[in-house]
Design a binder for this molecule. Structure first.
Ligand code: GDP
Length: 460
């Protein structure tokens, strides 16, 4: 996710952060680097301009020159402004006063709408809601079936037009100005919302049709559905991997349907996803969610501040904790949060719990990627082998409870015993202990410095 951009920015800051004094020409050079990095990542030009001019204005001002650590101050400014570009505040779903809350999904075909419907439904259910999905994408013959599969996986009921019943589902019918479809999506959307009401579901997610490219009929259909069901939220789903076209599509949908929020999908891809970063700024609509894979659970609330800190390789410990919450049992998770808040060190016992929780969630690499400083280890991360984790787990399991809670006390003979017990070499045990110590240190720095000074991943 934004790997290249992240690498470039990290590199740019590397020199700057070590400087005791920062001259105007240092700042100008840094801003030039940032500008090139953003443009290369496909962030759109007007956004880059706005961004760099804000950074320059603040960096050349007293804020930096009078700061104790000017280099870090510049990084902080970049972080602040990146958060702003990404929309500033986290924007939660606006629930209707009178349920059901109606959420309509719009976007191009293949953007990930149907997949998202399942993810969103699953997530809402976890939040204690009683969602229902409505299959109003009647353009593609198998879209309804696809939504039904997605719904089943997510454990969320799906309202679909009955085959051969609703407005001629089986036979392709004419829609509006002659578009061929498999039924009338407006009728289905209306019926779906009514059905959700009848079943006292509190959120209804309406999946709509997309096209391969922006076209006026598609916009008209989406706009018609919008006026028919008056959704509380219209979420525009956009594939982050389509580069600059993401911004153009967003603008077209903004004009044509006027969405209330954005969902960035396929953020798990490695390509230049920078265009997506422009969308909030260009459309003035918040990015609300991110879709990060093909599985139902690959979904996150989009937090501009956390995303900025991920891009700047400051890690994303909060999302990490939240994701862990889902897999952890409540007591373990409260303990972890308490430790974080009270600046207590994480122990190998915490580590074991995390490992097993992470394993339950099944996407180890994604989670590790959120750890501070991990961007630099990306290559190792990519070549990660689950068996290596088994070895680590074996080592930790060979430790006594005392050792797990007091890693610093693990001396030479204890190390040798652990190595024997887990069938690894002593140097592997040494490596593990060293890395664990580093991770503890990073966590401490992150807490103390509010994430900025001495930031891991950015040698200072
Ligand atoms: P729709 O046409 O907008 O409904 O798009 P779909 O939900 O059918 O998604 C199109 C394709 O993208 C499918 O193959 C999905 O599995 C895939 N997809 C959707 N979301 C993601 C994501 O976040 N990451 C990845 N890697 N693939 C995704």
């Amino acid at each position: 996710m934004f790997n290249n951009l992240s690498d470039r920015l990290t590199l740019t800051f590397k020199n700057l952060r070590s400087k005791g004094r920062v001259t105007d020409s240092d700042i100008n050079a840094t801003i030039r680097d940032i500008r090139v990095a953003l443009l290369d990542a496909d962030v759109s030009l007007p956004v880059v301009r706005a961004f760099t001019s804000r950074v320059r204005e603040r960096a050349l001002g007293a804020e930096v020159h009078e700061a104790l650590n000017p280099g870090q101050q510049v990084v902080k400014i970049v972080n602040d402004e990146l958060v702003e570009i990404l929309g500033g505040q986290t924007r939660p779903i606006r629930l209707a006063k009178q349920p059901p809350t109606v959420i309509m999904l719009a976007g191009l075909q293949g953007s990930g709408k149907t997949t998202l419907a399942g993810k969103l439904g699953y997530w809402l259910k976890q939040q204690g809601h009683t969602p229902m999905l409505v299959a109003a994408d009647l353009q593609r013959p198998n879209a309804v079936t696809q939504l039904e599969v997605v719904g089943e996986r997510a454990g969320v009921p799906v309202f679909a037009p009955e085959r051969g019943n609703v407005a001629g589902y089986d036979a392709a019918v004419e829609y509006g100005s002659g578009t061929r479809g498999y039924g009338d999506p407006i009728t289905v959307a209306r019926q779906g919302v009514a059905e959700a009401q009848r079943q006292q579901r509190d959120v209804v997610i309406v999946d709509t049709a997309g096209r391969l490219a922006i076209d006026t009929e598609l916009m008209q259909q989406a706009a018609d559905i919008r006026s028919a069901i008056e959704p509380d939220e219209v979420l525009f789903v956009v594939d982050a991997m389509i580069g600059q076209a993401a911004v153009d599509t967003a603008v077209a949908f903004s004009d044509g349907v006027d969405f209330t929020g954005v969902v960035l999908s396929k953020l798990d891809g490695d390509a230049r996803g920078g265009a997506a970063l422009s969308i909030a700024h260009v459309t003035g609509r918040p990015i609300m969610f991110a879709s990060t894979g093909e599985q139902t659970k690959d979904f996150e609330v989009f937090h501009p501040d956390r995303m900025a800190s991920r891009i700047l390789d400051m890690g994303d410990v909060l999302t990490l904790i939240e994701q862990a919450e889902r897999a952890f049992d409540r007591r373990e998770q409260q303990e972890l949060t308490r430790k974080f808040m009270e600046e207590e060190d994480f122990t190998f016992d915490d580590f074991l719990q995390q490992m097993s929780a992470i394993k339950k969630m099944g996407s180890l690499k994604q989670l590790l990627g959120m750890m501070p400083g991990m961007n630099q280890m990306r290559e190792q991360l990519a070549s990660l082998d689950e068996r290596e984790f088994d070895r680590v787990e074996a080592m930790v399991r060979s430790m006594t409870p005392f050792e797990r809670n007091h890693p610093k006390q693990i001396n030479g003979s204890r190390r040798a015993r652990i190595a024997r017990g887990s069938g690894v070499t002593v140097s592997e045990v040494n490596q593990l202990l060293e890395r664990f110590g580093q991770a503890q240190k990073m966590m401490r720095q992150l807490r103390r410095g509010g994430g900025i000074p001495g930031m891991p991943g950015m040698p200072g």
